[in-house]
Write a protein that binds this ligand. Structure first.
Ligand code: GLP
Length: 261
């Protein structure tokens, strides 16, 4: 895993946006895996700037989001569809028909999950998957205990995740108990995984993910098996890493052909 430590969330987000820019310039019809939560917001702002400056276009880009709350209609202000429309999709030239989130009100949840997986396959797989991380080390909504080989399916949120995400809802009991999420196996098939984490409350999850054992108890630790996983984090999220100085040295000494910024 490549660990890039930046001085602030803004610097980290700029770096993430440049890696996504490179992916789009390499293939304007690339498939992006997208994430919600507060962490990727600055990256989306940077990408919107690059679009406004006409440096990149999303016209041919296809996207798949990691997850959605079961029971929320797309128009619900708390749905991840609304989050993506408001913070990214409607502010770029991406075609809404090319953007995919799990349908959270399906006739059959297992059928919807199968269909979501086959849409990813039909699109040729995900070129770059953007990820945040939960305080307990979850990615997407793969809570601790998730199979490291899991596919898109329904998961039950932990009380801790419902509490953490209740900041977006009027009350904690409004936070759905169930979600549909890409599985860890689904995420692992992306060609590049780009994980972002900021702030000292993420320091433990980041240390466990990067330097701890690979275990379903820390779902993000499965990324240690990924051939091209890049974690771009700020100083506070890096605070508990034992090999922090080494990661900085590796980054500083990177040859030009490996750089994206
Ligand atoms: C939710 C999302 C995750 C996200 C996590 C952290 O659980 N499903 O994809 O990484 O929240 O959110 P934040 O970035 O707001 O800390």
């Amino acid at each position: 895993m490549e660990v890039v430590i930046k001085s602030s969330p803004t610097e980290a987000s700029k770096s993430a946006a440049l890696l996504i820019k490179k992916t789009i310039l390499n293939d304007p019809a690339c498939v992006l895996g997208l994430a919600t939560g507060s962490t990727p917001l600055k990256t989306y702002e940077e990408l919107i700037k690059l679009y406004q400056e006409k440096i990149i276009s999303f016209k041919k880009v296809v996207s798949f989001n990691l997850d959605e709350y079961v029971g929320l209609a797309p128009a619900d202000k708390n749905s991840y569809r609304s989050f993506m429309n408001d913070n990214f999709f409607t502010r770029t030239d991406i075609q809404i028909k090319n953007t995919h989130l799990p349908n959270a009100l399906p006739k059959s949840i297992p059928e919807e999950c199968k269909d979501f997986e086959s849409k990813i396959k039909k699109a040729g797989g995900i070129d770059l998957q953007l990820l945040g991380i939960g305080l307990d080390g979850h990615i997407g909504f793969n809570e601790p205990g998730s199979s490291l080989n899991s596919r898109t399916r329904m998961k039950t949120l932990t009380p801790e995740t419902r509490l953490a995400n209740s900041k977006y809802f009027s009350a904690i009991d409004r936070v759905p108990k169930h979600v549909i999420t890409m599985g860890l196996g689904t995420i692992m098939e992306a060609k590049i995984c780009l994980l972002l984490a900021f702030g000292d409350d993420k320091a433990q999850a980041i240390a466990d993910m990067i330097e701890g054992p690979v275990t379903a108890s820390v779902p993000a630790s499965v990324l240690q098996f990924h051939p091209r996983c890049i974690a771009i984090i700020d100083e506070s999220a890096a605070a508990m890493l034992k090999r922090k100085n080494y990661y900085t040295q590796v980054y500083d000494d990177k040859p030009g052909w490996q750089r994206w910024e």
